[in-house]
Ligand binder design. Structure first.
Ligand code: ADP
Length: 398
């Protein structure tokens, strides 16, 4: 039987993350990371069976060159003819798409129309789609939107309390991100807990470099912490999360900064990095906090406290909480942050089990609360690539 493999692509403005998956087994046969795309010294690194190999993209140092090098690598491995379809991560589908779509001209136009909502990401995602169409001629492409899962949010959750004409005229509202991860983790959590996902109230925290939290009731997103852009909500690696919007005029008036400079500070110089004055990386923050670094201690506490406040808030959105789920690099690995968050939320009926909490790390799922907790705390590793591969297989009839 010919194996049918799915290529999953996730393109940034100067990067391309790729993975070739067997969507039946979930096995990743090859992964790659293209970097510095658009610059003369662009390159791509392939990882096959744990072995890494770097290829310079001298002739075509862009997204198309990277996808071309990927095809060459697949030919070398004898896998090229087994690729059946390509699935793309696309950041914003705006209000038009609440599910994944087979790529057509109309879908491409809609992604272009959503560029104002994701000015950095959607153009990069389009580069990836065009490169795939160019290099893997004739293969079907599927797009999986980060925003799609959150289209079920009610108006009172997604509307900003500002004049409604800005929503009507410009689509200014809350959209949320990490939807593909939430969809995967919600299904996995229901399976792991042996519960019916259509009768389950989950609060899921996706904690990576970007971090957000969502209320998922009966399989549907009811609210999430990210808004128009990924800046709103939790404290993140370099993003501030929620602030008083008057910070803009305060910094403009008192520090002489313009809107772009302030936006950059809030996106790139804030969060764990800004508070610790040390690093955006959670591991480093934890190590330094243990040694008593004042900034790291504060950053870690703020991250956990803000997250705990949001757990309680998402309980309102979900109409109660059966389980709090942790995922993403930090959620899956940081027993320290999980313990802090659960301790803040003890009044909700979550009691951390220290042994279980420490055991659940490095890609392992597991319950981290005591058996007598009213609400379960659980770690579920995310797998956005597999979700994209599954959608791609389903929509292309594989
Ligand atoms: P991205 O959002 O880029 O996909 P990840 O989900 O990979 O990010 O998460 C990256 C974050 O996970 C980093 O802050 C990193 O420090 C943190 N992390 C990874 N391993 C650990 C660990 N063992 N302990 C604490 N934090 C960890």
């Amino acid at each position: 039987m010919t194996q049918k493999l799915i290529l999953v692509l996730n393109c940034g403005s100067s990067s391309l993350k790729g993975a070739v998956l067997d969507n039946n087994s979930g096995d990743v046969l090859l992964s790659c990371l293209g970097e510095k795309l658009g610059l003369p010294d662009a390159y791509i690194t392939f990882k096959v069976n744990g072995e890494k190999q770097k290829v310079e993209l001298k002739e075509q140092p862009n997204h198309t060159g990277a996808v071309g090098a990927l095809l060459d690598e697949l030919k070398k491995l004898g896998l090229d003819s087994q690729i059946a379809a390509i699935g793309h991560r696309v950041v914003s589908g705006g209000e038009k798409y609440s599910e994944s779509m087979l790529v057509t001209d109309e879908v491409i136009q809609a992604i272009e129309a959503c560029i104002p909502l994701a000015p950095l990401h959607n153009p990069a995602n389009l580069l990836g789609i065009r490169a795939a169409q160019d290099i893997f001629k004739g293969l079907p492409n599927v797009v999986v939107f980060d925003t799609a899962f959150h289209q079920s949010m009610p108006a009172h959750a997604y509307t900003y309390a500002i004049p409604r004409k800005y929503y009507r005229e410009l689509g200014l509202r809350r959209y949320g991100m990490h939807g593909t991860s939430y969809r995967y983790v919600a299904d996995e959590a229901a399976r792991f807990l042996g519960k019916d996902k259509n009768n389950l109230k989950l609060v899921i925290a996706h904690l990576g470099n970007g971090a957000s939290i969502a209320a998922v009731r009966n399989g549907k997103s009811m609210d999430t912490s990210m808004g128009l852009t990924p800046l709103e909500g939790l404290v993140m690696g370099t993003r501030s999360g929620d602030i008083d919007p008057s910070v803009f005029s305060f910094l403009a008036n008192n520090a002489g900064l313009n809107i772009q400079q302030i936006t950059d500070i809030l996106n790139k110089e804030s969060g764990l990095l800004g508070v610790s004055e040390l690093s955006n990386d959670c591991r480093t923050i934890e190590e330094e906090a243990l040694k008593g670094h004042e900034g790291a201690v504060l950053a870690l506490e703020m991250f956990s406290y803000r997250l705990a406040k949001y757990v309680a808030a998402m309980g309102v959105a979900a109409g109660g909480i059966d389980a709090v789920v942790f995922t993403g690099g930090i959620g899956e690995n940081s027993d320290i942050i999980r313990a802090k968050v659960l301790n803040y939320c003890e009044f909700l009926g979550l009691k951390v089990d220290e042994e279980r909490n420490i055991a659940a790390r490095f890609g392992k799922d597991g319950v981290i609360t005591t058996d007598d907790s009213r609400v379960i705390g659980v770690v579920i590793p995310t797998n956005e690539e597999l979700m994209i591969a599954n959608d791609t297989a389903r929509l292309t009839g594989l």
